[in-house]
Design a binder for this molecule. Sequence first.
Ligand code: SF4
Length: 410
Amino acid sequence: MATWVPGMEGDVGASAYTPLVMPEARQSEIPSPLGMTCEGFVRAASELVVQKKIGAETFYKECFRSGRTEVGLRAGGVWRLDVAPIGRVEEDESPEGVVRKFTLRVPGPTGGSLGADARASTVETESVLIPMIGRKGERTYTLCVSSQIGCAMGCGFCETAQMGLVRSLTAAEITAQWWTATHVLKQTVSNVVFMGMGEPMDNLDNVLDAIAAMTDHCGGAMAMSKITISTVGRVDGIRRLSERVREPGWRRLGLALSLNAPNDRVRSELMPVNRKWNLDELRDALIAFPAHGGTKLCVEYVLIPGVNDRREHATEVAAFCGPIDGAYKAERGGGSPRVLLNLIPYNPRRNSPWPAPEEPAVDAFLGWLGEEGVYAKRRRTKGRKMMGACGQLGSEAIRGRRMVELGVRP
Ligand code: SF4
């Protein structure tokens, strides 16, 4: 939320003798600049505050660029930004630097406040800053953000699934994770991936609004190609996103699929979403997803011992990826494959029935994928110790699950 406190001497464009008065009740109607584009915020401020811009654009830019939460105007009046406070910061060493997991305290599902009894009325987002050393030796960070508190999708290997869905995050709460990483933790965020808590397609409207703010040139100014949405395979969401990436400015948005299984039988056991949309439907939706500018389609495969790590499974994975590559090459008359498969050694969740895979098993599976013609890389696991690795975000304390409609705002 944002607040506008008017100055008694009036403001830009108003008569010097006309105080700008805004009833307190209406102040809560001013949306947070973190949840929208600059244009949208200026419009909302104009409608809600005093039918004038009164520094709304300056305020928006200052929030994003310098991280200021209070902007006073020369002509009088003050804009204030409310951002969810940090709950916890945990650190873990990795070969490329310190992995940082942090939480933000946000109102609970019944709309609690961040006031005196914050403990009872708040829940926490979870985000992870993952360091990477670039070719020239510079260190940048990929920020893994949450789109929901908990998740309704119930994937068997996932820590977050144990929580069930608590609630979806607003667009401003999603962008607040970027804002905190950049302006409070002072890290250079070069990439944002929606791979934290939640299924982004379950909260697509808010995810898209947050991306619009993070890429707005007056806002986060990130390149669209540096942002990736990862889905468990909600085919209806992939189709909706296909429409969005046809629009100017959205064409380079990245898409990742959490595959994790070689066939429908294993996938339906591991990931309930597969009972609604099977692998054939999923592959068709991915083939139809526009590949502007040669953007890769990342396919994530969590390798779980005894579940999806056999030789014949590599053949089945190739049978899933092959037609996606084939359609892409046919359209362009050849070239490199479209699918990049990320092989992720399983990080055992709490009370996991499966162990982590042995190193030779990971190497062997990677080799089999190569033999089958799949362009695959191994993703190094960072942050395992503090449960900040893939599929491990989530609080033990919260239970209960319910399904949500696609893209419905909280
Ligand atoms: S893997 Fe992703 S979609 Fe599946 S339960 Fe975990 S957070 Fe949800």
